[in-house]
Design a protein around this ligand. Structure first.
Ligand code: DGJ
Length: 539
């Protein structure tokens, strides 16, 4: 008991100390569909990269990896913090590795997002300490349908939840002690891709007993109050007049049950952490692949179908977002937007990440995105080699600098991504009275595709003036007939470099480079910034 009051006292002290020194903690806002992470009072755009799972387990890795990432123009690194390494023996915490990562991050002007690999990582429990794994009485396992214990800690393990929460609280208290001024650490992910792996739900005796009980009234009421806004998948099953999980959730009962269990557990972990240091906290989801069955993907994770169960239960998790490894990037982003999540993509497939990032920041008005395994990205071997595409994107977004967040917030950005293998050969977005119709670039005169992928972010900087960041697309700009009946033309296209306020014209594009003044023809392979000035004239 004394410990509890001591921790509460320390938290209040830390809160007053932060406010007194004018250091507000990072916060996330979502206004008019634009997400912002506010750091030191200003919007901060995360140009992120997540490390491989085994890349942050030593101090030496910080010394080799972080300078490389800074040179790749990453500004925030997502790093695992493993429970097993932080609490090697029960009750003894070791923060040396994390402290060193924070020191090195500061030397390279990097921020960190900590990924708490506690009870679960991709559904399994390999990051739990050995003393937890070995004591199956105190820290029970989930069980398969034939009763066998799995490599998965049970969501019903009260002692597991208490000690995971205690370790997480110790981590947050430590970060509060060393970081409230600099705020090198921006956010925390609580656990990683939770969900049951096996036949849809935990079949341990306790799990079976609770599954056959009534669904908690609080959950029923929360879902009932959102009845008209439930996702199609949840809405199709939900029967508020039922009592048991089978009656209320029909075919989705097993998965809904697991979602409720994981949400309850990770909310408790997040709550104890926030009581120490209230950084934004989120959880990432593994998405179901087409035709996959719950349990093949982690059953009960916060993918969009049943995420409203998490919303009803876990008030200490600020948002959810998926790790997007499937091709339908925009589709999945939109499903999370529809559930009012601020947009931050914690993991994405590295080869398509550069184009998808342009969609994320431009169209979905994300405050960050982060390809997975960024530490494996090869650096160019000599100075004349092109930089990796994600570095080019981050460089260009950095050059847009302070222009971008207000433009996102005021609805003055759009974005798109096109792939030769995708469903559409061209796409159109409307902005500032004009339509931008883009297709993948082709050679002339043979008309063969010059690239398989393209993407762009369009930002309206002034009336009739646009900064376009992208590659691989040929864009035709016309007047938006919904705005007026004038016709549009190109005044100028320039290739630019600079910063949000000071720009240098590198080239003025005309003739063959603008398809005789009729189109923006982007470089097929390298990310560039173009300034496009348009006019609208009466017919
Ligand atoms: C998603 C997980 O969250 C990551 O930690 C990693 O395992 C990737 N999948 C795939 O390598």
């Amino acid at each position: 008991m004394r410990n509890k009051y001591f921790l509460i006292g320390m938290s209040l002290f830390a809160l007053f100390a932060c406010v007194a020194q004018g250091t507000e903690l990072p916060t996330i806002t979502l206004k008019n569909g634009a997400s912002e992470l506010i750091v030191h009072g200003k919007p901060y755009l995360i140009l992120g990269g997540e490390l491989g799972n085994s890349s942050a387990g030593t101090e030496a890795q910080a010394d080799t990896i972080q300078p490389r990432l800074a040179s790749l123009r990453v500004n925030a690194v997502l790093i695992p913090v493993a429970w097993e390494q932080m609490e090697p023996t029960e009750g003894t915490y070791d923060f040396r590795i994390l402290d060193h990562w924070i020191d090195v991050a500061r030397q390279h002007q990097l921020h960190l997002v900590l990924l708490w690999f506690g009870s679960w990582k991709n559904g399994f429990s390999d990051y739990a300490p050995g003393w937890v794994k070995a004591d199956t009485q105190r820290f029970p396992r989930a069980r398969s349908i034939d009763g066998a214990p799995l490599d998965i800690l049970s969501t019903f393990g009260e002692e597991t939840q208490r000690l995971d929460s205690r370790a997480f609280a110790a981590l947050m208290a430590h970060v509060r002690k060393i970081d409230p001024q600099q705020q090198t650490v921006l956010m925390v992910q609580v656990e990683n891709e939770v969900g049951y792996r096996g036949d849809r739900r935990d079949r341990a005796a306790e799990a079976n007993r609770v599954f056959n009980d009534a669904v908690p009234q609080s959950l029923l009421q929360a879902l009932q109050s959102k009845r008209g806004a439930l996702t199609p998948e949840l809405g199709a099953q939900f029967n508020p007049r039922g009592q048991t999980w089978n009656q209320v959730f029909g075919d989705a009962a097993d998965e809904a049950f697991m979602a409720w269990r994981y949400a309850t557990y990770i909310d408790a972990v997040a709550q104890t952490g926030k009581e120490q240091y209230a950084l934004p906290m989120y959880h990432n989801a593994q998405l179901p692949a087409p035709m996959e069955r719950a349990g093949e993907y982690p059953s009960g994770g916060p993918h969009p179908y049943y995420q409203q169960i998490y919303r009803a239960v876990a008030s200490h998790i600020d948002f959810y977002f998926p790790d997007i490894y499937w091709p339908e990037f925009a589709h999945w982003v939109q499903r999370y937007q529809a559930l009012d999540n601020p947009i931050f993509i914690p993991e994405a497939k590295i080869d398509s990440a550069p184009y998808n990032a342009l969609y994320a920041y431009g169209e979905a008005k994300a405050f960050g995105s982060s390809p997975f395994g960024i530490d494996n990205l090869p650096l160019p071997s000599n100075e004349t080699d092109p930089l990796p595409l994600i570095t080019q994107v981050y460089g260009a977004l950095n050059e847009l600098g302070d222009l971008l967040p207000p433009a996102q917030a005021e609805g003055r950005t759009r974005g798109m991504v096109l792939h030769a293998s995708g469903p559409r050969p061209s796409q159109t977005v409307a902005l500032g009275g004009y339509l931008f119709q883009a297709a993948l670039s082709r050679s002339w005169p043979a008309k063969t595709l010059l690239t398989d992928d393209g993407g762009m972010l369009v930002l309206e900087s002034h009336p009739n003036e646009f900064y376009v960041v992208g590659s691989g697309l040929t864009v035709t700009m016309t007047r938006d007939p919904d705005v007026d009946s004038r016709f549009a033309g190109i005044s100028s296209i320039e290739e630019m470099c600079g910063s949000g306020t000071h720009w240098t014209v590198l080239r003025r594009l005309n003739g063959d480079q603008s398809n005789q003044g009729r189109q923006l023809a982007m470089d097929a392979h390298q990310i560039r910034i173009y300034r496009v000035r348009l006019y609208a004239a009466i017919r």
